[in-house]
Design a protein around this ligand. Structure first.
Ligand SMILES: Nc1nc2c(ncn2[C@@H]2O[C@H](COP(=O)(O)OP(=O)(O)OP(=O)(O)O)[C@@H](O)[C@H]2O)c(=O)[nH]1
Ligand SMILES: [Mg+2]
Length: 396
C-alpha cells in the first residue's frame, strides 16, 4: 500500500516523511526544497498477538516495539503544489504522477499560517490555512482532469468504432491511478452520463475528474502546532467547522522526528504514537529543552500526531484491518516461523480472498479455514475480523 504526502511548499512534508521513515532527506525553510520524490517505508501499529499466547516471534517484515507490531506501509513525499500548478505555476503538477498508485494522501498544511500559498515565510497568523485545503483539492482535481483528458480521445475513438462502453475503456486506463470500474460507474450515474456517450466537453470532464478524485481519500495533518498551540487550536476548530467530514489531526512533524532520533541514539525510549517519553541517557541542554516543549505538545494533543495521522488514514479512512495468516495450528508457517506475517486487508475480505492473496494455489485448493484465537472452523465466505489468526486448510 502506497500513501502519498501532499501539500503546498515548505509546510513540513519532508519532515513528516522523515519522521515516518527515518530516511535522511533534505529539509529546509524555503519552498521547493524537494524536487525529486522521496520514497520509504513507514509503519502502522497493530496489537501484537504473540504476547497473549506466550509465544516468541520474529516478524518477517516490520518490527515489534511495546505492545505493538509495526507493519510496513510505503510512503512517498513529493514536491509542493501551488495554486495554478495545473497551468504550470511553481513546479507544475506533473510530479503528482508519481502518486498515481497511492491509495490515499496525507495532506500537510501549515496550521499556524506562517507561510503564504507559495510557501514563503510571512510570520505566524498571517495566512488562513483553510485556503490551503481549498486550492490543494482543486489542484488534485485538475491533475485527474489532465489524466482523463490525455486518454479520452484515444478511448473515445476506439469505443466509438466498436460501440464499446466508455466506462469499461476508461476503467482500463484509470486502474493506473487506482480508480475502479465501479467508481467510474458511480460517477457516470451521478452526472447522468450514458456509458455509450462518445462526446465530452471540458466542463463534463472536469466534473467527472472531481467526482473520481474524491475516491482518493486524504487526512489533514495540521502541522507545526508547536509554534503556537492556541493559534493552532483556533485554526483547527475553524477548519473542522468548514470541513466537518474531514479528519484533521494536530501534528508536529519536527517533534516526532526529534523523539525518533533520540530514541535511535538510545537517549530516550519512545514508542511512536504513545504519550510516554522515558529518559535513558544524558541529554544536552538543547535536547532537554526540546523534550520539555514536546511534552507540552503531547500534554495538549495526546501525541505528536504523526503516527496517528498515518493510522487514521489506513484504518479509519481506507478501511484496512490486520490479520495474521499461518499454516499450522501451532501458529507457524510451513517452515516453523511463528506468526511471521501480518497482512493488512480491506474490511469485508473473506477467508477465500485471503487464501488467494497468500498464493493462487492456496485459493484454488481452499477447503476450509480455522480462526485460531477463537478456535473455530470457518468457510470460504467467512468475513475476516480485526486481529484474526487464520490457518488456511487446503486439499494439497
Ligand atoms: N516548528 C516546526 N517546524 C517544522 C515542522 N515541520 C517542519 N518544520 C520546518 O519547516 C520547514 C520546511 O520543512 P520541509 O519538511 O522541508 O517542508 P516541505 O513541505 O517538504 O517543503 P518543500 O519540499 O520545499 O515543498 C523546515 O525548516 C522544517 O524544519 C514542525 O512540526 N514544527
Ligand atoms: Mg520537501
Amino acid at each position: 500500500m502506497l500513501i502519498g504526502i501532499v501539500g503546498k511548499p515548505n509546510v513540513g512534508k519532508s519532515t513528516f516523511f522523515k519522521a515516518l521513515t527515518m530516511i535522511p532527506v533534505e529539509i529546509d525553510n524555503r519552498p521547493f526544497v524537494t524536487i525529486k520524490p522521496n520514497y520509504g517505508i513507514g509503519y502502522v501499529r497493530v496489537k501484537e498477538p504473540s504476547f497473549e499466547l506466550n509465544l516468541k516471534v520474529n516478524p518477517r517484515t516490520g518490527y515489534i516495539k511495546g505492545k505493538y507490531r509495526f507493519v510496513p506501509i510505503e510512503i512517498m513525499d513529493v514536491a509542493g503544489l501551488v495554486p495554478g500548478a495545473h497551468e504550470g505555476k511553481g513546479l507544475g503538477n506533473k510530479f503528482l504522477d508519481d502518486l498515481r498508485q497511492a491509495e490515499g494522501f496525507i495532506m500537510v498544511i501549515d496550521i499556524v499560517g506562517a507561510t503564504n500559498e507559495e510557501g514563503i515565510y510571512i510570520g505566524k497568523g498571517n495566512y488562513d490555512p483553510i485556503n490551503d485545503i481549498k486550492f490543494l483539492e482543486e489542484e488534485l482535481d485538475w491533475w485527474f482532469f489532465r489524466i482523463i483528458k490525455e486518454n479520452l480521445d484515444k478511448i473515445i475513438r476506439k469505443a466509438k468504432n466498436e460501440r464499446k462502453s466508455i466506462i469499461k475503456e476508461l476503467a482500463n486506463v484509470l486502474s493506473g491511478i487506482n480508480i475502479s470500474e465501479e467508481e467510474i460507474r458511480e460517477a457516470f450515474k451521478e452526472l447522468k452520463i450514458d456509458e455509450y456517450t462518445y462526446d465530452f466537453d471540458e466542463k463534463t470532464i472536469f466534473e467527472l475528474a472531481k467526482i473520481l478524485r474524491k475516491n482518493k481519500k486524504f487526512v489533514i495533518a495540521a502541522n507545526r502546532v508547536d509554534i503556537d498551540i492556541d493559534l493552532a487550536k483556533n485554526n483547527i476548530e475553524k477548519i473542522k467547522r468548514g470541513y466537518p467530514d474531514k479528519i484533521i489531526i494536530p501534528t508536529s512533524a519536527q517533534a516526532e522526528l526529534i523523539l525518533k532520533e533520540l530514541d535511535k541514539q538510545g537517549k530516550i525510549e519512545y514508542i511512536p504514537g504513545e504519550k510516554d517519553i522515558i529518559i535513558k541517557g544524558n541529554l544536552n541542554d538543547k535536547e532537554k529543552k526540546a523534550i520539555e516543549i514536546i511534552k507540552m505538545i503531547i500534554e495538549e494533543f495526546d501525541s505528536t500526531g504523526v503516527q496517528i495521522t498515518l493510522e487514521k488514514l489506513v484504518f479509519d479512512l481506507l478501511n484496512y484491518i490486520p490479520v495474521f495468516p499461518v499454516a499450522t495450528e501451532k501458529y507457524t508457517d510451513t517452515e516453523g516461523n511463528i506468526l511471521p506475517d501480518c497482512y493488512l486487508v480491506k474490511k469485508g475480505t473473506t477467508a477465500l480472498d485471503l487464501a488467494y492473496k497468500i498464493h493462487t494455489e492456496l485459493g484454488k485448493n481452499f477447503v476450509k479455514a480455522r480462526e485460531l484465537r477463537f478456535k473455530k472452523i470457518v468457510g470460504k465466505d467467512y468475513i475476516l475480523e480485526n486481529g484474526d489468526i487464520i490457518q488456511i486448510i487446503s486439499s494439497h
